[in-house]
Design a protein around this ligand. Structure first.
Ligand SMILES: NC(=O)c1ccc[n+]([C@@H]2O[C@H](COP(=O)([O-])OP(=O)(O)OC[C@H]3O[C@@H](n4cnc5c(N)ncnc54)[C@H](OP(=O)(O)O)[C@@H]3O)[C@@H](O)[C@H]2O)c1
Length: 275
């Protein structure tokens, strides 16, 4: 525990900290004595997080209400944290889009890339540079099992997660000599609001739901040990098998499975959802 705090403390910056996987990561880190800067949009849930972490773990908490789809939001967070030492960055906030790509609103696709790709890249660049100067620290990216291959009907989200996966893999090697550990956590289906709000009936897919608490634990435990980690045996198999077979096979398989798992009534709503 103490070693962990020395390596990745005193503060961790977690985006999407007020719910689901991000909240589970924040609680896990707080239990290890790490102070938390929690970022998200819903202020009431941020206030609740702060109350819980202080009461349960006696750590310091700072919350920043920010919409990370807004360009400039990461610079604003940098300014608000310039007086503290961020030893661990967890760019976890994300949203997904599903439906026919050509019918999906362009602006929403751009916002998704801003949140899922640009913001994590900026955080890694800005805070990673400070960590390399100190010669210690960590970055825990959140990709997805969907980042391991193209996923028809979730195409842009899967492509965004593939970016995070390869960025993190590369930075794991590049930053290691500077004492900075980089790990990419790629969850499969996890029991949060995200899949619950997708127009896909996941019970029709060969996937098992995991709890955010166990996903968070697996990601944090991998820091400093693994470049990439996929929680769950079946998920590991999905991530691994496409190294042995032609890349198009799993893409076609996922396309077939997802097309048949659509909740037809909600598909239109998902593809036409406004920003
Ligand atoms: N759940 C899964 O099955 C699954 C599988 C693979 C990968 N993942 C990845 O895991 C990460 C967390 O997913 P989750 O399931 O925990 O999602 P979630 O339940 O939808 O929670 C998303 C979190 O991100 C925050 N957020 C969303 N949009 C934001 C914005 N524009 N600016 C700032 N914060 C924002 C939300 O808080 P506010 O709404 O208050 O802003 C919330 O804290 C994501 O990167 C996701 O892609 C999830």
């Amino acid at each position: 525990m103490t070693q962990f705090k020395e390596k990745y403390g005193p503060w961790a910056l977690v985006t999407g900290a007020n719910a689901s996987i991000g909240k589970a990561i924040s609680r896990n880190l707080a239990a290890r004595g790490i102070n938390i800067v929690g970022v998200a949009r819903r202020q009431n849930l941020l206030a609740q997080l702060e109350k819980e972490l202080v009461a349960d773990y006696g750590i310091e908490v700072r919350t920043i209400q920010a919409d990370l789809t807004e360009p400039g939001s990461i610079s604003m967070i940098e300014q608000h944290t310039s007086d503290i030492e961020i030893g661990l960055v967890v760019p976890n906030a994300g949203f997904e889009m599903s439906g026919d790509f050509i019918d999906s609103p362009l602006e929403r696709n751009e916002k998704m890339l801003q949140l899922n790709v640009i913001a994590p890249m900026q955080m890694a660049r800005i805070f990673g540079a400070k960590m390399t100067q100190r010669g210690r620290g960590g970055i825990l990216f959140t990709s997805s099992l969907f980042g391991y291959q193209g996923i028809p009907y979730v195409a842009n989200y899967a492509a965004a997660k593939a970016y995070i996966l390869t960025l993190g893999e590369a930075l794991n090697v590049e930053l290691k000599p500077h004492g900075v550990d980089v790990t990419v956590l790629s969850p499969g289906l996890t029991d949060t609001d995200m899949p619950a709000n997708m127009p896909i009936n996941f019970s029709r897919l060969p996937m098992f739901k995991q709890s955010p608490i166990s996903v968070a634990q697996i990601g944090i435990n991998a820091l400093g040990h693994k470049a990439t980690v996929v929680p769950g045996l079946l998920n590991k198999f999905y991530a691994w098998e496409n190294r042995l077979i032609p890349r198009t096979w799993p893409v076609n398989l996922f396309g077939f499975l997802i097309r048949h798992a659509y909740k037809k009534d909600t598909l239109m709503a998902a593809t036409t959802q406004k920003c």
